[in-house]
Design a protein around this ligand. Structure first.
Ligand SMILES: [Zn+2]
Ligand SMILES: [Zn+2]
Length: 453
């Protein structure tokens, strides 16, 4: 952008302290001469582009301030909170072809009412939840300030077109093979408006409207969804010589968020819980969609992967009744800790063996049990006693009687040990979700984990 550019003030031929009106006038004056449709200059297009760029910067307060200070319209770090809209097929060249009547209107009727314009406004899901006021800037044909939109230089009212008598249409008769036919066409004198200006305003060339860089603040209500439209009456294109202006249609686009999916008024997210939390139940808090909102999520004991935990009242506000909110739906994802300490592994193996789990670490478990068994035998002095005389295992157990006994002793001793305290926690996949374990839940889990033989 900043490659060997001419000074914008120089391009427009104005002083550095020129006010907005002077800049606009200078621009329109030059634009009329330089417009590629009018000018014979082979460089007209490039010059017109340069003029356009200079005007688009100097006519915008923020951009002009940035240009004065930093030599570029973008300033040091762009504009916070302001969105520029040149999109929607509505650019400066369109604006100019309309303004200068590019090629007139052919046989069609000239429209004097302003057209509706549209811009797309992209907001975040959080902004959609809270609602907000957003200032947008765009270019439009606005009522000419110099003539108050009348198009008349001396304030005289437009007069009825003498050519068409105010109808805007001229009628002619043609002879065809089908007979005499009446054809109607747009009045060439008034371009179909039915009125003519005797002394047209110099700024707007009698149109009553001029290209303008506009700012408008839109209120976006809470609960708004993608595809919804807001209409700002009269903020679209100005009508010719004071005729009704069009509306500005603001299309809302709510940016998608990878970790939070909206479904109507519900918000769906994934939560990672570890297998202990799933088995024993857990309570944690996570950030809600509203600013500083904390949501308490209760995971009941025995929760399965993929279960939906619904927290009512923490979804999106309803557009028509913002005090009413949908639910936050947490889809449970199970994580398995990989960093168990040897002590924790032992405890878990004991529980698992007790439950008849088919452990692949049976060797470790076996050696552990053998050790215990040997100690038991020594203590009892039963060097020759058969293991089969020991108490019978329950039907549920698949262990040998010898191992079963050892197991029981082992489990009994575990009962006196500390509860499963240290728990690993994988970071949640939801960037905005922070959780904190609660002490009450941990104590309950400890008790449950100790359920003896
Ligand atoms: Zn006419
Ligand atoms: Zn004017």
């Amino acid at each position: 952008m900043a490659e060997s550019q001419r000074d914008f003030y120089e391009v427009l031929g104005v002083e550095r302290d020129a006010d907005a009106k002077t800049i606009k006038r200078a621009f329109l004056k030059k634009a009329r001469v330089l417009h590629p449709d009018v000018s014979d200059d082979p460089d007209a297009e490039a010059k017109f582009k340069e003029l356009n760029e200079a005007y688009s910067v100097l006519s915008d307060e923020t951009k002009r301030a940035n240009y004065d200070r930093y030599g570029t319209a973008d300033g040091p770090a762009g504009f916070g909170g302001m969105d520029d809209f040149f999109g929607g097929g509505f650019d400066m060249s369109d604006l100019f072809s309309q303004f200068f009547g590019g090629g007139a209107a052919g046989a069609g009727r000239v429209r004097t009412r302003g057209r509706d314009m549209s811009v797309t406004l992209t907001i975040t899901l959080q902004e959609a939840a809270t609602g907000l006021d957003r200032t947008i800037t765009y270019d439009r044909l606005a009522p000419c300030e110099d003539c108050g939109g009348t198009g008349s230089a001396d304030g005289s009212a437009p007069v009825t077109c003498p050519e068409c008598g105010g109808t805007g249409v001229v009628t002619s008769w043609q002879h065809t093979i089908l007979g005499r036919m009446q054809t109607q066409s747009t009045c060439p004198e008034c371009h179909g408006t039915g009125q003519v200006i005797e002394h047209p305003c110099e700024t707007c060339d009698g149109q009553g409207r001029t290209p303008s860089h506009e700012k408008v603040t839109v209120h976006i209500p809470a609960g708004v969804a993608s595809g919804m439209q807001l209409s700002i009456e009269g903020a679209g294109e100005a009508g010719v010589r004071g005729d009704r202006a069009g509306d500005l249609i603001v299309r809302i686009e709510v940016a998608q968020q990878p970790d939070l999916v909206r479904q109507g008024d519900d918000l769906i997210c994934a939560v990672d819980i570890d297998c202990f939390e799933a088995m024993l139940g857990a309570t944690f808090t996570m950030e809600g969609i509203m600013p500083h909102e904390q949501v308490e999520v209760n995971i009941p004991a025995g929760t399965q992967p993929g279960d939906h935990i619904r927290v009512p009242g923490y979804g999106m506000p309803n557009l028509y009744n913002p005090s009413q909110r949908g639910s936050l739906v947490c889809i449970v994802n199970l994580t398995v800790p990989k960093d168990l300490t040897p002590a924790q592994t032992q405890q878990l193996e004991a529980v698992a063996l007790e439950r008849g789990s088919r452990l692949s670490t049976a060797d470790t478990a076996q050696s552990l049990l053998d050790e215990t068994f040997a100690q038991d035998q020594q203590a009892a002095g039963a060097s020759t006693a058969s293991a089969s005389e020991k108490p019978q295992p329950s039907a549920r157990q698949i262990l040998s009687p010898r191992r079963s006994l050892a197991m029981r002793n082992r489990v009994r001793s575990l009962g006196e040990m500390a509860p499963l305290a240290a728990r690993s926690r994988a970071p949640s996949p939801l960037a905005s979700v922070r959780r904190s374990a609660r002490d009450g839940g941990a104590a309950q889990r400890g008790q449950a984990a100790q359920g003896g033989p």
